[in-house]
Design a protein around this ligand. Sequence first.
Ligand code: F6P
Length: 457
Amino acid sequence: MTERLVVVSNRTPKPGKVAAGGLAAALDGVLKQLGGIWVGWSGDFTEQPGEPRHLDVGGNEIVHIDLNKADHAAYYAGYSNSVLWPTFHMRPELARFNTDFYEGYIRVNEQFADALLPLLKPDDLIWVHDYHLIPLGQLLRDRGVKNRIGFFLHIPFPTPEALSAIPSHRHLIGSLNAYDLVGLQAKRDVAALEDFASPVEFVRPRRSSGPLVPVTGVNASVFPIGSDPEAFARMAELPATRKAMATFNKSIADRQLILGVDRLDYTKGLPQRIEAYERLLADYPEYRRKVSFLQVAPASRDTIQQYQEITGNLDYQCGRVMGRFAEIDWQPLNYVKRAYGQSTLAGLYRTARVGLVTPLRDGMNLVAHEFVASQDPENPGVLVLSIFAGAAEIMPDALLVNPYDADETAHAIDLALKMPLDERKERWAKLRADIERHNIHAWADDFLRVLREAPRP
Ligand code: F6P
């Protein structure tokens, strides 16, 4: 029998749509290369869960599951994005710990497990992705699945203190034991998981939620995810991209472009970034009229209150910078709440003199990879990168900054704008080698190789 890869994730590709987000775009290529199926939510709702639907999307077999609307709300906007997302990004004060959320999350995970069961063949390698589906491995084991199952967490792993703020955390993290391999983005994440698994964590319980589940047996390792650098380099050079960028350059009167590209999310450090730019214009007046800052920030998870609030705050902040520095013939900042396709992004990355990737916490941050991949080797831009992005562990030649420190970030932008061509080329060549070493194919190959070889109980 031949091995087949079974990818499971919340989002899946849809016919005629650009893959949304890093995970979807990345896995699309991996599955094409290895062959198999990809199972996930269809994006549609149903009252009664029916049979999964099989589709061909760009040559990959996708299996779509419809979800009940109320369950989906508790699972996605609720537990995944109002409990796990803020807490895993070390913002437990933004979380809403509602018991219904966890119940809905488990129900949807059970639905995924039930849908998967009849699809599985004995030699399938199952690869579950991200925080939406942490308990899925355990639920599959409960249903008798003996296959090798791997799990990859695309977001950071929190410190034991932050994790302990989640009432259901023992049950949740204990379920990681069901996987043959757990992949994390960065060394700091494996260290945090090991810290949690140390006996100190068990001193507590006042009122235990579920049985105490030791997590010391989790087989966890670092697998930093990557991009497809060649594809970005190619897209950046397409005639259509060049043409669009020539028009764009005219619109900013060939000023030096400072660029940020992020989902509108409180983890991305957008207010701090705008503040740093404001500091640059205030403290380094020589850049007024000489630079243009473009922040691309497509809306995200906008049914959740915390996400709605970011928009209001950013509108206010950008308005303040405009009011303070804009002139009739110079707009210091442009803030675009729209999503763009990969070729346009590749063109913008290549046009930018400075790429600002300054999240407060981030699993990896593929924008950092894509920015480097898209540069012109003869005239590369400079990456200013947060020390709190997983990418910082593998890209030491970026200008690394503490995003909370507006002065430091403004200073890094100044250094980037003044950096001589020789130094830009030298740093870029090293970064290009880093992202090539950690490209998306290497990531998938490494993870699957280690999963195949993982010791079994
Ligand atoms: O970074 C985690 C992640 O789930 C990515 O995998 C994905 O690209 C992004 O967030 C988008 O999130 P959502 O699916 O909630 O729009």
